[in-house]
Design a binder for this molecule. Structure first.
Ligand SMILES: Cc1cc2nc3c(=O)[nH]c(=O)nc-3n(C[C@H](O)[C@H](O)[C@H](O)COP(=O)(O)O)c2cc1C
Length: 327
């Protein structure tokens, strides 16, 4: 695939106020409310599969590190630890990311387990019925290293990701097991859970509107980090029109290429209620486990605080659309 189509910091430019007169000398107020829940920052952890490939503590390390900062983690279906173990790793509320499988009973069991384990929302990923052509995975014939298992799938007897004779084992697994969602399936999912459902992978205004019509409680504008459809629109470019189409009916979040505090500020100025952070956490995890994840989070939040200060924003409500340079 070509380079990820994600947030392009240098194309979305901030126009700070010339005279910044009224920001305090203390840290800015980053707290916000998403889906009715108070959160200390607008930053969440994006769902990512197989974290134990980066560090043996995998999802547990990320959950603990996020919890120390009160940050919500969206836990992937494709974890190397069970969703129960990740839930128990910290007290901070978490959301659960769901893929729908052709085996509906298995999917229902996963949903029931997530609900029983105390997850507070479901994030239904809608852009991955098949895996994009990830040439690295094809070349390396991607499969899980010996000893690592996709534990939530193993529990419901969904076939493992196995080595293939050629190509990506992950792509072969998805083609065999995943279900190609239709809009009416959202109603099916709503009928089997009380949890609010966010749709992750929306990139168009009409789909944003349909998501609301089908009862989504929130939307995550995402192109899966540019890892699905080559040349798909960058999520930051798609964000404003989705926000406009949804017109405040539900909260809209965004992920893809959040790398700097200024990226968080720009996403909020363009109408996102929150942002999800992906790959940088895996880099921190690989280098330093739980502490490495913490360093990445702290770096980003410190940068975000500074960006707010330099834009004259004392609280996230003061991050307004006029901060985006449009001429
Ligand atoms: C290694 C890896 C695994 C991922 N696994 C999942 C997953 O299981 N479910 C999902 O919805 N998204 C998954 N994603 C996509 C992320 O949630 C997110 O949309 C994407 O990485 C964009 O954020 P980033 O640019 O900060 O990495 C994965 C991304 C990566 C890099």
């Amino acid at each position: 695939m070509r380079a990820a189509q994600t947030i392009k910091s240098h194309f979305t430019t901030i126009a700070p106020h010339l005279i910044v007169s009224d920001y305090g000398t203390d840290a800015r107020q980053m707290n916000t409310t998403i889906l009715g829940d108070a959160m200390p920052t607008p930053l969440l952890i994006a769902p990512m599969a197989f974290m134990a490939m980066a560090h043996s503590d995998g999802e547990l390390a990320v959950a603990r590190s996020a919890a120390k900062r009160g940050i919500r983690m969206v836990v992937s279906t494709m974890g190397n630890y069970t969703l129960e173990d990740v839930a128990a790793a910290s007290d901070t509320p978490k959301w659960f990311q769901l893929y729908v499988y052709q085996n509906r009973d298995a999917t229902s069991q996963i949903v029931a387990s997530a609900e029983a384990a105390g997850y507070q929302a479901l994030v239904l990923t809608v852009d991955t019925p098949l895996i994009g052509r990830r040439e690295g995975d094809v070349r390396n014939r991607f499969h899980l290293p010996n000893g690592l298992v996709a534990k939530n799938l193993a529990k419901v007897q969904i076939e493992h990701i196995r080595p293939t004779h050629d190509g990506s084992g992950l792509a072969a697994y998805a083609a065999a097991q995943r279900y190609n969602l239709k809009w009416e399936d959202i109603e099916w999912l709503r009928s089997i859970t009380k949890l609010p459902i966010l749709l992750k992978g929306i990139l168009r205004d009409d789909d944003g509107q349909r998501a609301v019509d089908h009862g989504a409680a929130g939307i995550i504008v995402s192109n899966h980090g540019g890892r699905q459809l080559d040349t798909a629109v960058a999520s930051i470019d798609a964000l404003p029109e989705v926000v406009e189409a949804v017109n405040g009916a539900v909260d809209v979040l965004v992920d893809g290429g959040i790398r700097r505090g200024t990226d968080i500020l720009k996403a909020l100025a363009l109408g996102a209620k929150g942002v999800l952070l992906g790959r940088p956490l895996l880099w921190g995890l690989a280098v330093g486990g739980e502490a490495g994840v913490g360093q990445v989070l702290d770096l980003l939040l410190t940068e975000f605080d500074l960006a707010m200060a330099l834009c004259g924003c004392n609280s996230v409500d003061e991050i307004t659309p006029d901060l985006i340079f449009r001429r």
